[in-house]
Design a protein around this ligand. Sequence first.
Ligand code: HEM
Length: 186
Amino acid sequence: MNPSFPPAPVVERAAEPTESNIRELVYGFYDRVRADPLLGPVFEATLAGRWDDHLPKMCTFWGSLVLGAKQYRGNVQQAHQPLEGVEPQHFSRWLYLFLDTVESRYEPAAAVRFMEPALRIAQSLQLSRFGWDYKIPAEQEALLERVAPKRRPRDDEPHDGHAGVVSRRPPGEPFPTRIIGKAKDD
Ligand code: HEM
């Protein structure tokens, strides 16, 4: 898949997440979700008439994850169980749009604080729903590369032996900690 999305609006990138820029992120992200031909109908089917509840809840959710606000009291797994018609391609699109929106709004160090939990939770939702070991699609790899290029292994690190190929995670290894966590060690 090589999606061409309408670009995220150009805004000045924030160095630090705050309650107010998280609100802008969440509302900006869901504007794009709702306009997306693949995701829009899936969300609308469940949330029509309830967006005014959903969006503040998502601000609280991201505030809890990123600012440690600890106000979110929900069950993410449970909320996604009843959704009909959700397939791996929806997650892929969700993640691409989310990562792209985050990248357009935050400096890399701050962006990673959203991306890491997004990838981790998306992976766990997919695993519980599809038993699917998520492989990062090429366009997400490219986006992560722009934000956290240091995750590439150094020459002195163990290599997978494929000449000229960047070492990939072994199958089954939880990728977000491996890929994004790398930057912290460098
Ligand atoms: C294909 C991907 C996804 C779809 C289609 C989707 C769809 C939805 C929908 C329709 C709801 C509202 C459920 C309801 O109130 O009845 C919801 C809730 C929620 N979603 Fe997702 N979602 C997706 C991925 C994600 C991911 C990756 C995350 C986290 C990073 C996430 C976090 C949440 C949270 C926190 C809620 C609120 C749960 C609650 O009620 O407390 N979603 N999602």
